[in-house]
Design a binder for this molecule. Structure first.
Ligand code: PEP
Ligand code: MN
Length: 358
């Protein structure tokens, strides 16, 4: 469990949050942004080296604070985006650093940073890039492993996409699930704060992450969120964090313990999925025939009015069946994109049936 403010803002703010977090046995590491990459210039840019000085002092003051349940001493991490940041993080005794989303998106920068991280012994957390490209995320992790970073952890902070369903970033859980499949040895933390962008959805996102077998969480915590200089809407107070930690349930993701009822239900799911696939294949074959008719009639593959009517109709049907609007919309946007692809392909190909007739 990593918690702490979006940005280190003052010595008092950091002391206050560290004292509160030290009382929570689940929290092993304090996070804080020291250099803040802002989307637009002119805002608060972080306190830089001063913040690292406060942290080093706080660490000394807290060295003999006894933590509950045998929890070890608090560790500290910050974001690094330039090689000088890595040098300063080492000089001030940070335990870990993270690569921010915008850094992971840039392999040039990741390469430079990993060269600077070589031999430092720092634990490195790699946030996913803003685009839902699992290879960029894996690439940054691989660059860390190649320079011999021994502890590399992935952090899922959601993705900037077209439709985010009331959240700041879309979780697109399938991306970290794919990362887990491709790199099973890399622990994954979820950062529900940046996914949510506001306080209310954080608890349920955190629970979903645990249910998916994520190893931990990174949650922004500020002694007074309404006065925070960055990400004020999404930070929790230490009391809210403690309440959230009490509410989380850790369940087994090891299906070896599955019982008979689960086995029977899974068989039903397998059968339904197989029917879904057969129907999708049948739909694609009809789309191919439609493509030929459109070609004869000199009609464009994409017909906006028809698509609007189809989407509207499927959303109404979905609602009648108790399916969520986002789900039905997402599925049909994907199905329609595939239909367009299939039709484009079919239009470019000679019509096998017509050729046989000739
Ligand atoms: C942060 O952790 O405060 C941050 C800037 O996050 P991200 O890189 O995920 O946007
Ligand atoms: Mn933040």
């Amino acid at each position: 469990m990593v918690a702490g403010p979006c940005s280190a803002e003052s010595r008092e703010q950091m002391e206050s949050v560290c004292v509160a977090l030290a009382r929570m046995p689940q929290v092993s590491m304090v996070r804080c942004g020291v250099w803040k990459p802002r989307t637009r210039p002119g805002g608060f840019e972080g306190c830089g080296e001063n913040a690292l000085r406060w942290i080093a002092d706080i660490r000394r003051q807290m060295a003999d604070v006894k933590r509950e349940n045998g929890a070890g001493v608090l560790q500290f991490c910050c974001e690094v985006a330039r090689t000088e940041h890595v040098e300063l993080a080492v000089r001030y005794g940070m335990d870990a650093v993270w690569l921010g989303a915008r850094t992971t998106a840039n392999p040039f920068m990741v390469q430079e940073l990993t060269e600077a991280l070589r031999g430092t012994g720092l634990l490195v957390m790699v946030k996913n890039a803003p685009s839902p490209d699992v290879r960029l995320w894996m690439g940054a992790i691989e660059r860390c492993l190649r320079v011999g970073v021994r502890e590399v952890v992935a952090v899922h902070r959601g993705f900037d996409i077209f439709r985010n369903e009331g959240l700041r970033n879309s979780p697109l859980w399938e991306v970290p699930i794919e990362l887990r499949r491709q790199m099973p040895e890399i622990p994954i933390l979820c950062d529900p704060s940046h996914i949510a962008g506001r306080r209310e959805p954080i608890a349920s996102l955190a629970q979903t992450a645990l249910d998916l077998g994520f190893e931990g969480l990174m949650i922004e915590t500020h002694p007074c969120p309404e006065r925070a200089l960055t990400d004020s809407e999404q930070q929790l107070t230490p009391a809210q964090l403690a309440e959230l930690l009490r509410s989380l349930v850790v369940r087994s993701t090891d299906s070896v313990v599955a019982d008979e009822e689960l086995r029977v239900l899974r068989e039903q799911i397998d059968q339904i999925d197989s029917e879904v696939l057969q129907l999708l294949a049948a739909r694609s074959r009809v789309a191919e025939r439609i493509a030929r008719v459109k070609r004869e009639g000199n009609l464009a593959v994409f017909q906006p009015k028809r698509w609007d009517a189809v989407l509207h109709d499927r959303m109404v049907q979905g609602q009648e069946q108790g399916l969520s609007e986002e789900f039905v919309r997402g599925i049909f946007e994907r199905i329609h994109a595939e239909s367009v692809r299939v039709q484009e392909k079919a239009i470019g190909q000679p019509d096998a049936e017509a050729e046989r007739r000739e």
